[in-house]
Design a protein around this ligand. Structure first.
Ligand SMILES: Nc1ncnc2c1ncn2[C@@H]1O[C@H](COP(=O)(O)OP(=O)(O)OP(=O)(O)O)[C@@H](O)[C@H]1O
Ligand SMILES: Cc1ncc(CO)c(N)n1
Length: 314
């Protein structure tokens, strides 16, 4: 069978657990040919982001042109796009080369709290990137930023998915990795207004409550649930929560796995199921590297197979 080609347009993570590095490792594991266009270089490890160095728009454009004129990818994913200028350029190239399977991971803030997307660029994500996306994969804080609404319970969660669909994304996957803390707080948007940006992630991380008052529709505790919406139906992908601090790059890895599966011809529902099993295995076998939030093991799905109960849709 012909090898499917996939492209990631994202930032480089020197620590190897997230960004371009996570994407290429995931592509390789899922038997697709991975290519990359780098938007920014981060000096990053498991402890934090120590520097962000945007790549010139000229260099970014040249990378996408080199791929677009020769190596037509079956599917594309975007990760850290850094600012509005790079978002606009990326959108223009996606349109120019008619890349029409596009997974958008709206990367905004790293696990340590550092900003990976200028706040002013959120508008460009909403107005330009969402309308051309096949699937958008925000985590809970990102879904709050993009919709401007507070997500306190499962009803809000579904409402946010409906809004993101109305904003132009054909499919919406709101990931539940952040729904595990037990402090109720303010919305992500309010958090940013009222705190230094470096504190914002810590603030929003604390706000997804297991005990939120929500008419019995509790947020999940021992399960991690990702919610998919296609404009008509909701599908919940549920797996056991793995109690580990080694969650660096989970979002990148999940969206890269979805992109690889789409490139091979899977439908969105099926691709998300496989990707959920992939990240579950990668988390279970995390190699315990570094002093902070370590990476997952991208080879785990191949080496150990899908984790039991992962990827279950209900
Ligand atoms: N502790 C965990 N146990 C099991 N699955 C998890 C856990 N944390 C995250 N996941 C899964 O990993 C994927 C990414 O979710 P998450 O909400 O952490 O994304 P993210 O915040 O964008 O990640 P990152 O910013 O680190 O790249 C989802 O499929 C989610 O269900
Ligand atoms: C480069 C890069 N992209 C995305 C993330 C989010 O995990 C990160 N930490 N670094």
């Amino acid at each position: 069978m012909k090898l499917a080609k996939v492209l990631t347009i994202a930032g480089s993570d020197s620590g190897g657990g997230a960004g371009i590095q996570a994407d290429l490792k995931t592509f390789q594991e899922l038997n697709v040919f991975g290519m990359s266009a780098i938007t920014a270089v981060t000096a990053q490890n498991t402890v934090g982001v120590h520097g962000v160095f945007p790549v010139s728009t000229e260099a970014l454009e040249a990378q996408m042109d080199a791929i677009g004129t020769d190596l037509a990818p079956q599917a594309v994913k975007t990760g850290m796009l850094y600012d509005a200028e790079r978002i606009q350029l990326t959108v223009a190239k996606i349109r120019q080369y008619r890349w029409n399977l596009v997974v958008v991971d709206p990367v905004m803030i790293a696990k340590g709290g550092q900003t990976l997307l200028e706040l002013a660029a959120i508008r460009a994500v909403v107005e330009e990137l969402l309308p051309i996306s096949t699937l958008v994969t925000p985590n809970l804080p990102e879904a709050e930023f993009l919709t401007g609404m507070k997500i306190r319970n499962r009803k809000d969660w579904r409402e946010a998915a409906i809004r993101l669909h109305e904003m132009g994304a054909r499919y919406v996957l709101i990931k539940g990795g952040h729904a595990d803390e037990d402090v109720e707080g303010t919305s992500a948007t309010e958090a940013v207004k009222s705190t230094e940006s470096t504190d914002a992630q810590e603030f929003v991380n604390k706000r997804f409550s297991a005990d939120t008052e929500d008419d019995g529709e509790r947020m999940y505790t021992n399960q991690v649930v990702d919610l998919l919406y296609d404009g008509v139906c909701f599908v919940e992908y549920s797996g056991p929560r793995i109690h580990t601090k080694h969650t660096h790059g989970t979002g990148c890895t999940l969206s890269a796995a979805i992109t690889a599966e789409l490139a091979k011809g899977a439908g969105v529902r099926e691709a998300v199921g496989t990707a959920k099993a992939f990240i579950q295995a990668a988390l279970e076998h995390a190699p315990q590297l570094g002093a902070g939030h370590g990476p997952t093991l991208h080879a785990a799905y191949r080496l150990h197979g899908p984790a039991p109960a992962a990827g279950a849709a209900r």
